[in-house]
Design a protein around this ligand. Structure first.
Ligand SMILES: Nc1ncnc2c1ncn2[C@@H]1O[C@H](COP(=O)(O)OP(=O)(O)OP(=O)(O)O)[C@@H](O)[C@H]1O
Ligand SMILES: [Mg+2]
Length: 716
């Protein structure tokens, strides 16, 4: 159970902790700057830590550099990662694998539900029609949403990082596939928050790889960019991205993906082959038993990996002990046979189609590419590599570590976003996958219109809005009709409300906002200000100097004018001009006769001097709808629910109510900590949260603020 070895990366000294003294001391108690990157894989997750020394991949409790994305729910405890993997065969029905691909999916997606039929755990319809899993936990039946299972995985990865770092690790960047929708991205962020992590950003898998690849390069061109294709073949899909590198900048030109090319697909092709063989040879129906199915599929995966490393015509064995009916079975296969099967299943056609799509979207030809980099476990299949090489007409390189590049890139991205680190200047511009339309409407109807964030728009990116209105403005975000998302994905994404109110005595008021996509690819209101123009009366001069001698009068008059001008300058440029005008005016006044002066002063008293001042103030923004139906209740400690409901004032009936918009971490009297995500509307009665949210969003929509608010509410 050692902490495991860590590998130092060549990018050492790229990342410099600002709190260098603490880092160098190395004391266990000292707070040490660290930024975590998580490659949250469908099959395996990898943790990287960016510290002063560089980027390290952290090994888990079994000294493995990747951790299975599995949670097994037992009678008296949960097994996560390595533990979950070892429990898988013994606790089939209560072991949830690959939760990432179920995230924010709906039961109305029939094709996906058919895919899930082969899984031994029970899939049920959760809140809002979402896919959820039903398991036995602590002797009682519980329904968990994928986001909750992912929160458990993230909490485990956090623990692995903290064991290595010997201090708390909070800041994280998490990788996601390029095709993740807004709902899925927000669900990952919610899961991170439940796990006690502060997700500084989500980064697309290939963008993370490109960052890890590019930031160490010292020979990037200044003018014509170097164009590289990154191909990631993993468990769930194949992703192809074309990236242009210039000195200090990477720009993603396109993303394309295919779910037909994946490790799971290859395993299932092998499974079908051997299931048919054993049915014929031994009259065994492997599909009729969950355990037999899993036993065979695990051996197929093992055989697939073996075949990647042996000559084309060498027969490799497949043995399954006690497959079913107490029968041991065995067979053999050559790599040549596997490749023929993959070809027959048109796997390589999908490879070529996906690569071509990425090139077309980027507007780049194969010849213009300067290189092709392969990552991901499935890219180890020799036929796949050869096929990709054939398509691009280039040798496909593996300069970067195929299994760890995503986590390294994510850790670097996290360090770049963290205030505790200074990282070499390197700008990352990503590519928007799905077109989004934002329709805005002010309550008084004075300002209506829409903003389109096109497919391929820069991420992060913002558009400016100027609306002449004195009433609240609602912004409704939705995927456009032509967005290439599954038919059952809800088009509506979020709605922001800009809390504008009519100001008294203003000449004009307008709303200035910056709307667009944040660095995680989620819709956001980056800035919202209210600009008002008011007429201001200049204060009369405080005391009049005694009639001076001509020379002194000139001096004093100029000084007063200057002072006026300075005040105005502090407020607004326009006023400064008026101040200067006043200065000239006063100078001539001293040359006038006393009776004229008295007359003028009288007139001045009658009509005080005015100026128009423009003011800006922040507008509170209320994110009133994030995701309609994502729930997040995750006890980090086993059976925390039971303890909490027994020993705290919180009634157990309130525990499973959830929404990621608001959440509180509550420390129950037994020091059992747990996260509760409360729905603004569902919990309004129990928590009186609705009022809190309103108060809380005055100037701040950050979740930490929500948290404080709900905690306050709870402590009442
Ligand atoms: N030597 C090998 N030959 C063939 N396939 C392999 C080999 N090693 C691993 N794989 C396969 O690679 C897949 C896992 O790859 P990886 O860890 O990159 O996926 P992931 O990141 O978990 O998934 P994803 O990126 O799709 O979410 C598994 O299907 C595994 O069987
Ligand atoms: Mg992956």
């Amino acid at each position: 159970m050692g902490r495991g070895a860590v590998a130092r990366h060549g990018a050492a000294l790229l990342v410099l902790g600002l709190t260098a003294c603490c880092l160098l001391q190395g004391s266990a108690a000292a707070p040490r700057s660290v930024a975590m990157g998580i490659d949250l894989g469908t099959d395996n997750s990898v943790v990287a830590l960016a510290r002063k020394q560089g980027v390290d991949i952290v090994a888990n409790e079994a000294s493995q550099r990747s951790t299975p994305s599995i949670v097994s729910f037992g009678h008296d405890q949960r097994f996560v990662g390595e533990g979950g993997f070892s429990q898988r065969l013994m606790n089939l029905k209560n072991t949830v694998v690959e939760p990432k691909r179920m995230l924010a999916k709906r039961v109305s997606d029939r094709a996906f539900m058919d895919e899930l039929k082969v899984e031994p755990f029970e899939v049920v319809e959760g809140e809002g029609g979402e896919v959820a899993v039903k398991v036995q936990l602590c002797g009682s039946e519980r329904v968990f949403r994928p986001v909750q299972v992912i929160a458990t995985l993230l909490a485990n990865l956090k623990k692995i990082a903290e064991t290595d770092h010997e201090a708390e690790v909070v800041d994280v960047a998490i990788s996601v596939p390029c095709f993740f929708t807004e709902h899925q991205r927000r669900a990952i962020r919610a899961a991170a928050e439940i796990a006690g992590l502060k997700c500084l950003r989500l980064i697309n898998d290939n963008t993370a790889t490109a960052l890890a690849y590019g930031i160490t390069k010292t020979d990037l061109p200044e003018a014509e960019p170097r164009k590289i294709a990154f191909v990631d073949c993993g468990r769930d899909c194949m992703q192809v991205s074309i990236v242009a590198f210039k000195k200090g900048h990477l720009k993603v030109l396109s993303h394309a993906y295919s779910k037909s090319v994946s490790g799971r697909r290859v395993d299932s092709i092998l499974f079908d082959h051997f299931a048919a063989e054993f049915a014929q040879k031994h009259k065994l129906d492997v599909r009729s038993q969950d355990k037999a199915r899993l036993r065979l599929i695990l051996q197929c995966e093992k055989l697939k990996k073996t075949l990647s490393a042996v000559p084309l015509d060498l027969e490799s064995p497949l043995n399954v002990e006690c497959l079913m009916n107490d029968m041991d079975v065995s067979s053999t296969l050559t790599r040549q046979q596997l490749e023929t099967m993959l070809d027959e299943q048109k796997l390589f056609d999908s490879v070529a189609a996906t690569c071509q799509e990425a090139l077309t979207l980027a507007g780049v030809t194969k010849e213009e590419l300067d290189g092709v980099e392969l990552v991901g476990g499935t890219s180890r299949i020799p036929a796949l590599r050869a096929n990709l090489g054939g398509f691009f007409n280039k040798e496909c390189k593996t300069t970067i570590n195929a299994a760890e590049s995503v986590a390294r890139g994510a850790a670097l991205a996290c360090a770049m976003d963290s205030p505790s680190f200074k990282v070499r200047e390197f700008k990352v511009t990503d590519w928007n996958m799905y077109p989004v339309e934002m329709a805005y409407k002010s309550q008084d109807g004075a300002a209506t219109g829409s903003v389109l964030l096109k497919r391929g728009a820069e991420v992060p990116g913002a558009e400016s809005l100027k609306l002449d209105t004195a009433s609240p403005v609602s912004l409704e975000w939705a995927y456009t009709q032509d967005a290439d998302v599954a038919a059952d994905v809800p088009r509506a994404l979020a709605s922001h409300e800009l809390k504008v109110s009519a100001k008294k005595g203003v000449l004009k008021q307008s709303v200035l906002a910056k709307v667009g996509l944040d660095n995680s690819g989620c819709v956001t209101v980056a800035e919202a200000n209210l600009e008002t123009q008011v007429e201001e009366i200049l204060p009369p001069p405080k005391s009049k100097p005694p009639p001076p001698a001509p020379a002194a009068a000139d001096k004093a008059g100029g000084g007063a004018g200057k002072a006026d001008g300075k005040d105005a300058d502090e407020e607004m440029g326009e006023a400064k001009e008026e101040g200067d005008a006043g200065k000239a005016d006063k100078k001539t006044k001293n040359d006038k006769k006393p009776e004229d002066k008295a007359q003028e002063e009288k007139e001045e008293e009658k009509a005080p001097e005015k100026r128009v001042v423009t003011r800006r103030e922040k507008i509170p923004v209320l994110l009133s709808c994030v995701m309609a139906h994502v729930s997040c209740v995750m006890p980090p400690a086993m059976c925390a629910l039971v303890h909490l409901s027994k020993h705290s004032a919180l009634p157990s009936s309130h525990v499973p109510i959830c929404h990621p918009a608001v959440h509180a971490r509550i420390h129950a009297p037994m020091h059992v900590s747990m996260c509760i995500v409360a729905s603004a509307h569902a919990c309004a009665h129990a928590w009186r949260a609705e009022t809190s949210i309103q108060e809380c969003t005055q100037g701040c929509t950050h979740s930490a603020c929500f948290r404080r608010c709900v905690m306050k509410e709870y402590s009442h």
